[in-house]
Design a binder for this molecule. Sequence first.
Ligand code: 2HG
Ligand code: ZN
Length: 452
Amino acid sequence: MTSLEDALRPAVGAAHVLVDDDLRAPYETDWTRRFTGAARCVVRPASTAEVVAVVRACAAAGAPVVVQGGNTGLVGAGVPAGGEVLVSLARLAEVEPVDAVEAQVTVGAGVTLEKLQTHARAAGLDFGVDLAARSSATVGGMIATNAGGIRVLRHGSMRAQVVGLEAVLADGSVLTRLGGLAKDNTGYDLTQLVAGSEGTLAIVTRARLRLVPLLPARAVALVAVAGTDAALDLLAAARAELATLSAAEIFYPEGLDLVRSHARLPAPFDGPAGAYVVLECAARTDPTDHILELLSSCKAVEDATVASDRAGLERLWAYREAHTEAISAAGVPTKLDVCVPLGELTALVAELPATVARVTPTARVIPFGHLNEGNLHLNVLDAGDRSEEVTDAVLRLVAAHRGTISSEHGVGRAKAPWLSLSRTPEEIGAMRRIKAALDPQGMLNPGVLLPG
Ligand code: 2HG
Ligand code: ZN
């Protein structure tokens, strides 16, 4: 009798079935170091046909699989819970030539965001989603989680960029829809069903992506404001007056302190502020004047610094983008990623410290995120063994403010027990029926998204 590993070796090549502990290890712990589990083995297919062979072999052996892209996920969806075959899509890294007329491109699931951006820009276009993990995050994982990032304000989330995909179902059959037609009303939208399904319905192997105009002239303002309310006043003015607005982000003094000591950055302003907003404009020609005009007329602005050269843009963005790394350097955070209506944001931020302190006085919350969407990343440090209780308390607070328990990182294993705070029993029932229809054996990413 042959083992599953013996069936996998001819499917992908013996060098790409990793069984030894030290070879598997880099794939088995997530970026935050919070989620970790032993894989039965790691398999690295290089084509859709190889993914099909892997899925068929695993299905025949009754072996569940967990799918991994760049391993930058933050909800424990891309690392094993224990014993699954880990399918890494990193080798599906082919990029096809940009179709300039359609403004589309077809790429493999393992292509990193950075490679996609470079490829699109070389053709005079750009990709609509951008995020801090760009050098590692891959297209397949970004589709699976419906990733958001800093340009949702201008171009929408990942789903809005995906015009078609190729994906392998749990029985090894392949959905191929890479034609990229702008209009196509021929039944269920399987592409959008798979997008955001966190690897539970199908394994994305290739994607047809929409591209956007390249806007090479950018101006960024880092603005000190009194607090969340003032940040929202500034956002309202920016939305009303800046046709070129491409990002509006927020962070607070707690995060700034961590970032400054981790990245050794100077204080951006002479005095302290209640909150900090990053506004970015992007256009064909320098949009600095637009930003300066807004800053001089908006009463919420207490202090501001503006840049439009490459080094200056990087310097100002670093205060916001270095949050994740700075927080991780300070400990293993409990990561929450929530979204509330903008009218609830001030109350949520104000109530967070007491909510967390009621669970454990040692814990501290570092909020930051995407102001335009009301999407806050709530990173909790020093929760000790009370991480679950902190999660429960904060997610209930968010639900009470009409928010969602997952905004752009996905539900994964981390948030699955709280799914009912954001979705009705009827919705969860419908999701379960779809899952059962497409993956009756429960092969793909078990335990992810749908509570067990
Ligand atoms: C970001 O916006 C990412 O920087 C990561 O979504 C958020 O580390 C986090 O919690
Ligand atoms: Zn984010």
